[in-house]
Design a protein around this ligand. Structure first.
Ligand code: ADP
Ligand code: AMP
Length: 215
């Protein structure tokens, strides 16, 4: 199964993608996580991406598309995957469609996790991330067992630089301008599924399972 998670920054794409990946035993591929791992490892790709990310802008397509296409050609992707944070622009979506067509396949579902802008700022300001293993928490909605410590790997949690309110506003503008048109793109392709992302995390997940037809 090949899935795409659509939705505003902070809508819950990563939270749900992790649950989907676990249930269906497919890799969770987050372009944001790949960029953050490269920033941590101080690679050339990471250095290029960081300046854009810190400003709440998208990393240019020339960098992002090749990186994602390389990843989905790896062996563990043969049985499908869930993409989180890609595509974010029409050219990214078109490149993905073309690459998959060349492989004789296509996306099964694009799931739009719908959350209004008003809810987004509180979700992002409360998000705490583990930059070691990629786990994500929320101070109120999904707190770790010990304050500021990752349940999975024990490292300290951080407020991502790009989750500060001034950057969140910019990221939302970028989302509306460049990423929201993908909802129409995948609707026209006949694979769009809409889910109400304002429900609690477990109910959002149940809604996704239902639309995937697994129940
Ligand atoms: P995205 O990957 O779309 O940017 P995340 O999955 O990281 O978003 O979620 C953003 C923040 O909101 C996180 O702190 C997460 O714990 C929290 N969150 C995710 N889903 C829900 C939900 N259904 N209700 C409340 N908070 C949520
Ligand atoms: P995320 O972890 O999905 O919230 O992404 C964090 C940041 O990484 C975004 O604000 C962008 O700067 C960058 N990024 C992640 N995925 C993409 C993408 N598909 N295209 C461009 N930039 C991206």
């Amino acid at each position: 199964m090949k899935l795409i998670m659509l939705g505003a920054p902070g809508a819950g794409k990563g939270t749900q993608a992790k649950k989907i990946a676990e249930k269906y035993q497919i890799p969770h591929i987050s372009t944001g996580d790949i960029f953050r791992a490269n920033i941590k490892g101080q690679t050339e790709l990471g250095m290029k991406a960081k300046s854009f990310m810190d400003q709440g802008m998208l990393v240019p397509d020339e960098i992002t598309i090749g990186m994602l296409l390389d990843r989905i050609h790896e062996a563990d992707c043969a049985g499908g995957y869930v993409l989180d944070g890609f595509p974010r622009t029409i050219p990214q979506a078109e490149s993905l469609t073309k690459a998959l067509a060349e492989m004789g396949t296509g996306i099964d579902y694009a799931i739009n996790v719908d959350v209004p802008d008003d809810n987004i700022v509180s979700r992002m300001s409360g998000r705490r991330a583990c930059l070691n293993c990629g786990a994500t928490y929320h101070v109120a909605f999904n707190p770790p067992k010990t304050e500021n410590v990752c349940n999975t790997c024990g490292q300290s949690l951080v407020l991502r630089d790009d989750d500060k309110p001034e950057t969140v506003k910019k990221r939302l503008d970028v989302y509306h301008q460049q990423t929201q048109p993908l909802i129409d793109y995948y609707k026209k392709a006949g694979v769009l599924k809409e889910v109400d992302g304002t429900q609690n995390m477990e109910d959002v997940f149940q809604s996704i399972i239902k639309v995937l037809g697994a129940e």
